[in-house]
Design a protein around this ligand. Structure first.
Ligand code: NAD
Length: 486
């Protein structure tokens, strides 16, 4: 049985309490690892190590030296690509084809991009008049915030964790990471890569464990963490924000969504079908940016639903090592219960089940896994729980609309504001609708096309702040104004 420990001050350590929890393979339901659960003692040791490292060689390095080390971290991930891939797929159940194209390469890119972009950060300068006529010069400098608490989810574990660790380290901070209890492996493996790349001990620390009354809560309660960056559910974000308010500590929150897709009758049909299928079913629907509400202009509605049904039914459900698999299991049996409860609610609320709606028949070796069928519904009322609440599964409700104004109103009728996608060949309409949609990220005729220099984050209850490019560098630094009397 594999044992997964904390990574504190450059070394792997067990919990003093001896407490562990089981990690299940989502495709079989079998336990494959014992994960050490951090108590307050391990969290305190990690925070102390991170605090001490702020005074060590890491702080004395030039931006270029730190950048060179972070490039080595990225290269180290790529050199051990197969190990990272195997660990990520085992934790999540996702197809290897997906993780090898997205999760692991982006995990490496997150270090390279921010190691380079931090070199280009500028700050403001103001020359001012003074009564004696000599004047004064104001200029700003950026400094690391200090110890950053990083709390990350399970859907894209390495990608989303390094999305925060990369820029935090590039800016000279140190980190204590609390990965999701569902996905402890790649954060742990990254410790070896950090050591091999020459990252000084204490700069990157990992505490394993759960959220409430466990490692997550102990980390946010620790007074010596300077800022928190979190990706996860909106409710958890509220809890973390409350904890961070003690000591007035900044938070960056990337939270849940209930993202709309809008398909106009003037779209390129093939591209819209292909993109929509990806946005609904990629990663078994466990993507914060995924489409769970689809609005299709009436003349195209029947044909579009038929094309989506055919696409959903052509997905190949299978375990990560099945080369034909395009749809893996959900991350856990617990999450499957949640998704299946929405499948039931859809039936109870009068949905027409276009396809799916249940559990697929799997071969006996996989029968214990967290499988659900890809599912499409129509005919639910706009206030149905299935249409208003984030499900985070391979499912979507499809509803017709008539006018552009109606589509915008329907898409905006949500407490969330993470992303929205629209499909049209009408340039004026594309810009007009994109400007009116209430979300932090809008895609026109594409989905999940990401440039890491751009602002990433949500409005309304989908988050606070933006990460990506200069926005990450702003969050992970303090701006200090220096006024010099001439
Ligand atoms: P979650 O909120 O349940 O857990 C996220 C992390 O928070 C985990 O590490 C968990 O252990 C920890 N946690 C839970 N309770 C805590 C507490 N009281 N104190 C401190 N830490 C705590 O989210 P999840 O189920 O892992 O991830 C799915 C959610 O993440 C979805 O809502 C999805 O939309 C969202 N998400 C958002 C983005 C984005 O960029 N906006 C990206 C990916 C996922």
């Amino acid at each position: 049985m594999q044992e997964i420990k904390h990574f504190i001050d450059g070394a792997y350590v067990a919990s003093a309490s001896g407490r562990t929890f089981d990690k299940l393979d989502p495709s079989t339901g079998e336990v494959f690892a014992k994960v050490h659960e951090a108590g307050e003692a391990e969290v305190d040791a990690a925070v102390r190590a991170a605090r001490a490292a702020l005074k060590g060689p890491w702080a004395r390095m030039s931006v270029a030296e730190r950048g060179a080390i972070l490039h080595k971290v990225a290269d180290g991930i790529l050199a051990r690509f197969e190990e990272f891939l195997a660990a990520e797929c085992r934790d999540t159940g996702k197809p290897r084809s997906l993780a090898s194209h997205i999760d692991i390469p982006r995990g490496a890119a997150n270090f390279k991009v921010f190691a380079d972009s931090v070199k280009n950060v500028a700050a403001e300068t103001f020359e001012m008049d003074t009564p004696d006529g000599a004047g004064a010069l104001n200029y700003a400098v950026r400094r690391p915030r200090g110890v950053i608490g990083v709390i990350s989810p399970w859907n894209l574990p390495l990608l989303l964790m390094t999305w925060k660790v990369g820029p935090a380290l590039a800016c000279g901070n140190t980190v204590v990471v609390k990965p999701s209890e569902e996905t402890p492996s790649t954060a742990a493996l990254l410790g070896e890569v950090m050591n091999a790349a020459g990252v000084p001990k204490g700069v990157y620390n990992v505490v394993q464990g759960l959220g409430g009354n466990s490692a997550g809560e102990f980390l946010t309660a620790h007074p010596d963490v300077d800022a928190f960056t979190f990706t996860g559910e909106t409710g958890t974000g509220e809890t973390i924000m409350r904890a961070a308010s003690r000591g007035v500590r900044p938070v960056s929150l990337e939270l849940g969504g209930k993202n709309a897709g809008i398909v106009f009758a003037d779209c390129d049909l093939d591209k819209a079908v292909e993109g929509t299928l990806r946005s609904v079913f990629a990663n078994s629907g466990q993507v914060c940016l995924g489409t769970e509400r689809l609005y299709v202009q009436r003349p195209l509605f029947e044909a579009f639903v038929a094309r989506l049904k055919a696409g959903a039914e052509a997905l190949v459900i299978g375990a990560p090592d099945d080369p034909k698999a395009t749809l893996g299991p959900l991350v856990s049996l617990t999450h499957r219960e949640k998704v299946l409860s929405y499948y039931q609610q859809a039936r109870d609320q009068g949905a027409t089940v276009v396809t799916g709606g249940g559990v697929p028949d799997m071969p006996s070796a996989l029968a214990g896994g967290a499988w659900v069928q890809p599912t499409l519904w129509t005919d639910l009322p706009d206030d149905s729980s299935v249409v208003t609440e984030e499900i985070f599964g391979p499912c979507c409700h499809i509803r017709p609309f008539d006018s552009e104004e109606e589509a915008v109103a329907l898409a905006n009728d949500t407490r969330y504001g993470l992303s929205a996608t629209l499909w049209t060949e009408n340039l004026g309409r594309a810009h007009r609708v994109a400007g009116q949609l209430e979300a932090g990220i809008i895609w026109v005729n594409s989905w999940f096309l990401r440039d890491l220099r751009t602002a990433f984050g949500g409005s309304k209850q989908s988050g606070i702040g933006r990460e990506g490019g200069v926005h990450s560098l702003e969050f992970y630094t303090e701006l200090k104004n220096i006024c010099v009397k001439l």
